[in-house]
Ligand binder design. Structure first.
Ligand SMILES: [Zn+2]
Length: 179
């Protein structure tokens, strides 16, 4: 890896330690002496994303990062927050240890994290990911944020995020119908 400060192509490792799902290395540039940290992790080479139309596509962290960056453009986020978000998702996908993952699941992972990070970025991402075609859908998502997560902003093929009480009522009514 090139030095992030002067772009020189050689550095030495000062310190290495285990970082859960990878290795954290403290490095020092051999030219300018700057110190920086890198993380090494197993490449999710065999992970495929299944698109809505059934196509399989190799999981691409750079592509994921581009989408998240676009949503977070000009938002007052801490440095590295976007990269960390993409890294977290990649790590979580690796941990799941599956060969294939639906694109919708990856999208939901991004939505969940953006919602906690920045509401404007969340709405921007949602508008692309959920393919808002009218103002009503847009308003629905914004209303959801304003109401404070009472309803699910996620696609209807997911379980709604209902409070336990309501889930119990639902479960009860379902049992009732099964007589
Ligand atoms: Zn350097």
């Amino acid at each position: 890896m090139n030095c992030p400060y002067c772009d020189y192509n050689d550095c030495k490792v000062i310190d290495s330690r285990d970082a859960g799902d990878g290795i954290r290395r403290r490095r020092q540039c051999l030219k300018c002496g700057a110190r920086f940290t890198t993380y090494e992790r197993l490449h999710p080479g065999n992970l495929f994303v299944i698109k809505k139309d059934g196509r399989r596509e190799e999981f691409d962290t750079a592509k994921l990062l581009t989408g998240i960056r676009k949503a977070c453009e000009k938002r007052p986020l801490p440095t590295g927050a976007v990269d960390k978000l993409a890294d977290d998702i990649e790590a979580e996908l690796c941990q799941q240890g599956k060969a294939e993952v639906p694109a919708a699941a990856v999208g939901d992972m991004v939505m969940k994290r953006l919602k906690a990070l920045d509401h404007i970025a969340y709405i921007r991402f949602a508008s692309v990911y959920r393919e808002f075609t009218d103002v009503a859908t847009f308003k629905e998502v914004v209303d959801t944020l304003i109401r404070g997560e009472k309803a699910s902003p996620y696609p209807t093929n997911q379980l709604p995020l209902l409070p336990d009480e309501q889930l119990e009522i639902l479960a009860g009514s379902r049992q009732g119908n099964r007589k």
